[in-house]
Design a protein around this ligand. Structure first.
Ligand code: SAM
Length: 163
């Protein structure tokens, strides 16, 4: 772990452990091309349980603001934070906001196979339009795999390849 000497900037390729609001002030200006930050979400974890809602917002604000002078021109700050619903009233629960990508689709393998049997001439676009779901969902139900990432182009027949 790197040690910080008075008046010196933090060294590159070192790991520093501390409060980001303190450490960021010791980084050389315009020296960061990409900063990746996973801040507290304000969901009652041990490391944030003593923060008030305003203190939490101030932490986020301060760390974001400190980045302005640290990033190289064209540099990025990427913040990894979930969709959280927070309420000023401390008695209100802090809950994850709905993430539509986590929604379960109710379509079953046998429903898909039924439609395919009824309409064997349909291509995958007609099939998914009829079912109201994505090609990924159909492929997962039929083949138990995930075609995300463009693999479908290399396996044009896989969507309808049920035994
Ligand atoms: C949502 S977690 C992120 C965890 C991280 N992505 C990982 O994989 O370990 C938030 C982290 O920020 C740390 N943290 C909280 N307040 C901080 C602060 N002021 N400065 C630096 N880190 C802080 C917590 O200890 C916790 O590890």
């Amino acid at each position: 772990m790197g040690l910080i000497k008075f008046g010196e900037y933090l060294l590159p390729d070192q790991i520093y452990h501390g409060d980001s609001r303190v450490l960021l002030r010791k980084i050389e200006p315009e020296s960061i091309a990409l900063s990746i930050w996973s801040p507290p979400y304000y969901v009652g974890k041990n490391y944030e349980k003593d923060l008030s809602f305003d203190e939490w917002k101030n932490l986020l604000r301060e760390v974001v603001n400190l980045h302005y002078s640290l990033l190289k021109p064209g540099g990025f700050l990427a913040i990894n934070i979930a969709d959280i619903l927070c309420f000023k009233d401390v008695s209100m629960p802090k809950i994850m906001a709905e993430n539509i990508s986590r929604r379960k689709i109710g379509i079953t393998r046998s429903q898909i196979m039924g439609v395919m049997k009824q309409h064997p001439e349909w291509n995958r676009y007609q099939l998914t339009a009829h079912l109201g779901c994505s090609e990924q969902t159909v492929d997962r139900r039929l083949n138990g795999n995930n075609i995300r990432g463009g693999n479908i182009r290399h396996r044009p027949g896989c969507l309808l390849s049920v035994e």
